[in-house]
Design a protein around this ligand. Structure first.
Ligand code: ADP
Ligand code: MG
Length: 793
């Protein structure tokens, strides 16, 4: 615009000045135009100079600018290079490669650790297998798992770091690209500018040449002026163009500056990012360092643990190995010692095998011979058996004969005395004083202090107060067992009331008497013979009161029973209706006794009183069958608790009391008479004089055995009765005496009354113990034995 304005003013001025003031219009005009051209030329020259100056200045400016730009570009390039180098350096130092290296290192380390772990696990497994003791909760495994966890965490972190570094790389790459672009654009603009400059300087040179040629050729001024005019217009245009170009370049420079500024900004940003990246890398480095350190430490610890475990396992294995070696040595020695045994065993085995092979034949052979032997032996046994049986029968007969002979020699009536202890019932003082003493050297002698005189009695056996039920029974048991052999036995308890008859026969529940003990003994004896004999034991209980017989086990105990002859003509007696219980055990006996007691008690108002006025009988029948011989035996055991022998009659009793007393006296006298008649072998034995003797006829006659247990009280107040009882005992005993007793055959058995009459002293006519002829000074006992040995035919 400025250039056009200036041009317009120049043109307008030239046209207005040429026609005015000159006489030669053309020359004038030419001169004027020449002057004008000159002026114009001058002005143009000045302008040119100015332009040249300006151009030079601009060139200078541009040069300096370009230099400045170049410097800046250079600096930027240098910076870029530096940055690239820095990045390269950083890359080489810590870049992704380093991280990768680290990762690779870590991976390699990890792999190595894994391998080690695997070998460790293998060793552990081996150790476990050796120990046969699994340890699933081992601390190493847990630690191992923890370390693996940690390792994978670190790997993850490394992965993340690598990803971040990749991102940063990408960013740096992008920025480098953008920088390269900017550089390219800068280069382009610089090249354009250089071209423009080149073009301008060419034109300037042309213009200068033109001006120089114009100066050297003044004659051609007109033409030149015209040319100049034309050239001036061209110049003006060129100037305009140059100006516009200049304008454009300035704009370009401004733009470039702007770009430069942006780039600087970008560079700053890049630097910041780089610093951040550096810091981050440092951080990662530190982290990696730390992780590495930790990992090293852990690895160290693991290594130590592993070594420790290996050492332990090694030492254990050594110990085990030692033990195994020892075992092996033991086994070897065992093997060495066993080898000969094995050889002998093999040998034995082979021979056994042979024997087994031959065994069936051998067995058959042996069986054949054994059968023959056995049948022969059986035959022999049979014949021996027959012989034995024959001998046994003969022995039985012999035994019976011997027994009979023994009984005949010993006498089948035996008399024992039993003195009860002093009891509370005896009272106190002189009356309760002990009047009975014993002979320490003779268990058959007893001394009674009666009315100041010492009277001695001799019996078969005397039991002192301290003698137990068992001791008493021991003396009786032979008699009891003989009824198993088929003998009849009578055991009487004789004595005044309260002298201990019932105690001896029945006893107490805690300390049973002869009754229960006899039955128990019979049971055990029968059991012992059960292999050859069948036995049946039955029991009856009866009472004789006022000469009437009652069944104590019957349903109607008050019924009076009769004693009758067996209708079979055997001459045997029996009591129709007398109950007989089969007993097989002690329980059965107890039941029978209880039943008898109850029956007896219901029939009287005062049992004690009643029992002392009646005879109580327990009749045990033992029936036996010898299975081998078919021999049958029947034995009877009569256990009799007699009525009190006290002399009631004398005390002036009346009515029923007197009647009872009379009956008792009668029956006891009858018993004495029967025994006397039996022992003195009288033709007639007065069994029928009392129910008692009649009932016991079978058990008193023949080869029956009788035991009279005379019970006495030791108390001073009872001495009269004691004397009576002992006299009775001695008389019964002396019946068996030989010639002397025979003499007595003509006399009669003293009645109870007579006994009572005799009680006053020892001079009684029948006190045979003291009257018996005794050669020399033999003791009473010795004399008795002598007498017994005399034949009683
Ligand atoms: P009995 O039947 O002759 O009338 P008991 O047998 O009833 O006489 O005896 C009278 C008392 O004397 C009872 O209390 C009895 O326990 C006691 N007794 C008898 N003999 C003995 C003895 N050997 N040991 C201890 N106490 C006895
Ligand atoms: Mg009694």
């Amino acid at each position: 615009m400025d250039l056009e304005k200036t041009g317009g003013r120049i043109c307008g001025g030239k046209r207005a000045s040429l026609p005015a003031g000159r006489p030669f219009p053309v020359i004038q005009k030419m001169m004027a135009s020449m002057a004008h051209l000159q002026e114009e030329k001058m002005r143009l020259q000045e302008q040119l100079l100015g332009l040249q100056e300006k151009l030079a200045a601009r060139e200078n400016d541009e040069l300096s600018l370009s230099l400045q730009l170049q410097g800046q570009v250079e600096a930027l390039k240098a910076k870029l290079l530096e940055q690239a180098q820095e990045i390269g350096r950083l890359r080489s130092e810590l870049g992704s490669t380093d991280v990768e290296k680290h990762r690779d290192l870590l991976a390699a380390e990890n792999e190595r650790l894994r391998q080690e772990m695997k070998t460790c696990e293998g060793e552990l497994r081996e150790l476990r297998r050796q120990q046969q003791a699994p340890c699933w909760d081992c601390a190493h495994l847990q630690e191992n798992a923890g370390l693996q966890e940690r390792l994978s965490q670190l790997q993850r972190e490394a992965e993340e770091t690598r990803a971040k570094l990749g991102e940063l790389d990408l960013e740096v790459q992008q920025k480098t690209n953008r920088l390269a672009e900017v550089e390219l654009r800068l280069k382009d603009s610089l090249a354009e500018k250089a071209e423009e400059e080149e073009r301008l300087s060419r034109r300037l040179r042309d213009s200068q040449e033109t001006i120089a040629s114009l100066k050297s050729q003044p004659q051609q001024i007109k033409y030149i002026i015209k040319t100049v005019e034309v050239d001036s217009a061209k110049m003006k245009q060129a100037l305009c163009e140059s100006q516009s170009r200049n304008q454009y370049l300035q704009e370009q420079v401004g733009m470039q500056r702007q770009v430069l500024k942006e780039m600087e900004q970008q560079l700053q940003n890049s630097q910041k990012t780089e610093a951040q990246l550096r810091a981050q890398i440092m951080m990662y480095e530190a982290e990696l360092e730390r992780a590495h350190g930790q990992m090293l430490e852990e690895m160290q610890a693991m290594e130590e643990e592993k070594n420790h475990a290996i050492e332990e396992a090694f030492s254990r294995a050594q110990v085990e190995m030692k033990a195994v070696h020892e075992n092996l040595a033991g086994v070897r020695t065992n093997l060495l010692t066993l080898q000969p045994a094995l050889r002998t065993l093999t040998h034995d085995y082979n021979s056994l095998k042979r024997q087994v092979r031959d065994f069936p034949l051998l067995l058959q052979e042996t069986l054949r011979s054994a059968r023959a032997e056995i049948s022969q032996a059986i035959e022999e046994v049979h014949s021996t058996n027959r012989e034995l049986l024959r001998k046994y029968r003969r022995e039985l007969q012999l035994r019976k004969k011997c027994h009979n002979e023994l009984v005949r020699l010993k006498g089948n009536i035996r008399v024992f005395g039993r003195v009860r202890p002093i009891t509370k019932e005896d009272g106190e003082g002189a009356e309760a004083a002990n009047a009975v003493t014993f002979d320490a050297n003779d268990d058959g002698v007893l001394h009674l202090l009666h009315k100041g005189k010492l009277v001695s009695f001799e019996l078969d056996k005397v039991f002192p107060p301290q003698a137990s039920q068992e001791e008493v029974f021991q003396e009786v048991q032979a008699l009891v067992t003989s009824c198993i052999d088929g003998y009849n036995v009578c055991i009487f308890a004789y004595g005044q009331t309260g002298a201990g008859k019932t105690y001896t026969m029945e006893g107490t529940a805690a300390n049973p008497g002869i009754n229960q003990r006899a039955l128990q003994l019979l049971f055990s004896e029968v059991r012992g013979k059960a292999a050859d004999w069948d036995y049946a034991i039955s029991v009856s209980a009866a009472e004789i009161y006022n000469e009437s017989l009652r069944d104590l086990l019957g349903k109607e105990p008050q019924e009076k029973l009769e004693i009758k002859l067996c209708p079979d003509g055997s001459g045997q007696l029996y009591v129709p209706g007398l109950t007989e219980f089969r007993v097989q055990s002690v329980e059965d006996i107890n039941k029978v006794f209880e039943f008898g007691h109850v029956n007896r008690a219901t029939e009287c108002t005062n049992l004690n009183e009643h029992s002392s006025r009646s005879h109580a009988l327990l009749i045990v029948t033992v029936r036996g069958l010898d299975r081998s011989t078919g021999l049958r035996t029947t034995g009877k055991l009569n256990l009799v608790d007699l009525a009190g022998s006290e002399r009631v009659g004398r005390s002036g009793a009346e009515g029923s009391r007197l009647r009872e007393a009379q009956h008792i006296n009668k029956s006891l006298s009858a018993l004495g008479d029967v025994i006397y008649a039996l022992r003195s072998r009288q033709g007639h034995v007065p069994f029928r004089n009392s129910k008692l003797t009649y009932l016991l006829q079978d058990s008193l006659s023949g080869d029956s055995k009788t035991l009279m247990m005379v019970q006495v009280s030791p108390a001073e107040k009872n001495t009269s009765e004691t004397l009576c009882s002992l006299k009775f005992a001695e008389r019964v005993r002396s019946v068996e005496l030989g010639p002397v007793s025979r003499k007595a055959e003509l006399g009669s058995w003293p009645s109870q009354e007579q006994l009572e009459g005799d009680s006053s002293g020892t001079t009684a006519p029948l006190g045979r113990a003291h009257m018996s002829p005794s050669p020399g000074h033999l003791s009473g006992r010795a004399a008795s034995i002598r007498r017994k040995l005399q034949p009683s035919a």
